[in-house]
Design a protein. Structure first.
Length: 77
C-alpha cells in the first residue's frame, strides 16, 4: 500500500510549529498526548495520517501539506 503521508511530513510539521511560534507541549496537550510522545513522533519520522488530520486542525492548516500529491488532490475536490 502506498504511503499517504509525505516522507518529510515530520519536517513540515516541525517547521510549522516553529513558524507559528507554538510550543510542542501546547500542541501535544491539544492532541491529547504527552509532549515527549509528540517530540518522539516528529524526530523519528513517524507522522501518520491520523496525526496529520488532528494537528492540521490544531495548527489551522490544510492537511494536504502533509500528504502525498494524489491524496492532497483528492482533498481539494
Amino acid at each position: 500500500m502506498k504511503n499517504v503521508v509525505r516522507e518529510d511530513a515530520n519536517e513540515v510539521l516541525e517547521a510549522l510549529i516553529d513558524q507559528k511560534g507554538l510550543k510542542k507541549g501546547f500542541i501535544a496537550k491539544k492532541l491529547g498526548m504527552s509532549p515527549q510522545n509528540l517530540t518522539n513522533t516528529i524526530h523519528r519520522g513517524r507522522v501518520k495520517a491520523d496525526l496529520v488530520f488532528k494537528v492540521s486542525k490544531v495548527l489551522d492548516v490544510n492537511p494536504s501539506i502533509f500528504l502525498n500529491e494524489p491524496y492532497s488532490d483528492f482533498l481539494k475536490k
